[in-house]
Ligand binder design. Structure first.
Ligand SMILES: *Cc1c(COP(=O)(O)O)cnc(C)c1O
Length: 393
């Protein structure tokens, strides 16, 4: 596919492989295996499969290949490997890269399961991890050492939406030859420029904006062709975290509309932030796209827009936060994000419930904090819903 087409065009046509039937919608190859014309062909394919020659769906499948090519085109990455979930992508990328004795530096504000992989899993295999405050470049500078192999961070943290400077951290990492892996869910593939800003590897939970309609779990690892095919693929294909062809088909259809959905969601998020900033029931509103965000300039430089999620710190703690949640009539109470349906989450009692109190304090996860993932509803209806729920507090 032509490289200089716009993303909206690439997301409709990118990666397509048509069968002999000439189907319009991408074929769902719900097959685990592939038939060889002869024993000789099987032998040859196992020895060295050519492009678009498949062996077994754990290694590759036409529907999965279409999804991988399409998301790689959106991210501006040479190649991609699709995985069973976002966590299969994070753990797969990290485990494929390190060995006993290696050192990782990671930002402290991480998705709980990412923290588990770093703290509990990798440490069991002799990998040392140092955690830093991701927004403080001095902490990165002093934590990175000559033996540091990997740097890992969420470019926009969950749920307090701190923005980490990809270019500056990558420069420090590359100075010692470390590779930079970013979990880019909150930036979204639509606003991400992570690779041109210095990241070596980008991972997504495709469960979020890529599906965007709450149907399937999936993930993807993006990077150079050499990294994906020589480091990631051998690890993933032998350890079993592959995406299913059905999921890949759902994700392909999600990519057709991702530009329209995510841009509309971000525009609504911006409107909500503008309408609600300074509201008397809020300690503050956190949205990287709003000028009151402490790293607003960095957020705009890095992503052009503020993304699809905002956080509200409601005065009155847990009771007020619960009253707010229970008073919403349009937004639903759940814990996904990036969905067509607006979703409100109380991190302190759900997604971040298990964190010790001191760590919640350090991360700014107060009892009044609500994470609000903006959906595709009309902005006027959402603003009215939020204002009504705040009135009830
Ligand atoms: C959801 C999420 C994950 C995990 O993705 P799953 O698809 O649920 O496995 C990892 N990192 C971030 C930032 C997420 O939001």
């Amino acid at each position: 596919m032509e490289k200089n087409l716009n993303n909206r065009t690439k997301m409709v046509h990118g990666g397509v492989r048509r069968s002999q039937y000439g189907e319009v919608s991408e074929g769902l190859f719900l097959t685990q295996g592939f038939v060889y014309d002869s024993a000789e062909q099987a032998e040859k394919r196992f020895l060295e499969p050519a492009e678009d020659e498949f062996i077994y769906a754990r290694y590759g499948n036409p529907t999965i290949a279409m999804f991988q090519d399409r998301i790689a085109a959106l991210e501006g990455a040479e190649d991609a490997f699709a995985t069973a979930s976002g966590m299969a992508a994070v753990s797969g990328a990290l485990c494929a890269m390190v060995r006993s004795g290696d050192h990782i530096v990671a930002a402290r504000a991480l998705f709980g399961s990412c923290l588990y992989v770093l703290e509990e899993v990798l440490s069991r295999f002799g990998v040392e991890v140092t955690f830093v405050d991701g927004t403080d470049l001095d902490q990165w500078r002093s934590a990175i050492r000559p033996t540091t192999k990997v740097i890992f961070f969420e470019t926009v943290s969950n749920p307090t939406l701190e923005v980490i400077d990809i270019a500056a951290v990558s420069k420090l990492a590359h100075g010692v030859g470390a590779k930079v892996v970013v979990d880019n869910v909150f930036a979204t593939p639509v606003f991400s420029r992570a690779i041109s800003q210095g990241a070596d590897v980008v991972v997504y939970s495709a469960t979020k904006h890529i599906d965007g309609q709450g149907r399937t779990l999936g993930g993807v690892i993006l990077g150079s062709r050499e990294f994906i095919r020589e480091t990631v693929e051998p690890y993933m294909k032998h350890t079993g975290g592959a995406m299913s062809p059905f999921t890949a088909w759902v994700m392909l259809k999600g990519l057709e509309t991702i530009e329209l959905r995510v841009r509309a969601q971000a525009e609504t998020a911006q409107l909500i932030a503008e309408r609600l900033t300074g509201h008397e029931k809020l300690h503050h509103l956190i949205y990287p796209g709003h000028c009151t965000h402490p790293q607003h300039a960095l957020a705009i430089a890095q992503m052009q827009q503020g993304g699809t999620v905002l956080s509200l710190d409601i005065k009155g703690g847990k009771d007020a936060a619960f009253t707010f949640l229970n008073s919403l009539e349009i937004a639903i109470i759940s814990n996904n994000l990036g969905d067509a349906k607006s979703i409100a989450t109380h991190p302190a009692t759900t997604t971040h419930q298990r964190l010790p109190e001191a760590q919640k304090d350090a991360l700014g996860i107060t009892d009044g904090l609500i994470r609000f993932s903006v959906g595709l509803e009309h902005p006027d209806d959402l603003i009215a819903d939020i204002l009504r729920a705040l009135d009830a507090v």
